[in-house]
Design a protein around this ligand. Structure first.
Ligand SMILES: [Zn+2]
Length: 52
C-alpha cells in the first residue's frame, strides 16, 4: 500500500459512490493511473459535498 494516497471510503448504498468506485477499479485494471487518480479526486469531492 505504500506510495498510494489513502483511498476515500465510498458510502455503502450511495449510487454515486458505488459508481465512482467501480470507475476507479476499472481504470486501475486497465493500468490507467491518471484515470484512477481522477476518479479518486472526484470521489473525495463528492464525499465532501454529499456526505458531510
Ligand atoms: Zn456518495
Amino acid at each position: 500500500m505504500s506510495g498510494y494516497l489513502p483511498a476515500p471510503e465510498p458510502v455503502p448504498g450511495c449510487a454515486a459512490c458505488v459508481r465512482l468506485r467501480e470507475e476507479g477499479n476499472a481504470a486501475r485494471k486497465r493500468g490507467d493511473v491518471s484515470g484512477e487518480t481522477d476518479v479518486r479526486v472526484l470521489l473525495a469531492r463528492h464525499l465532501e459535498r454529499a456526505h458531510r
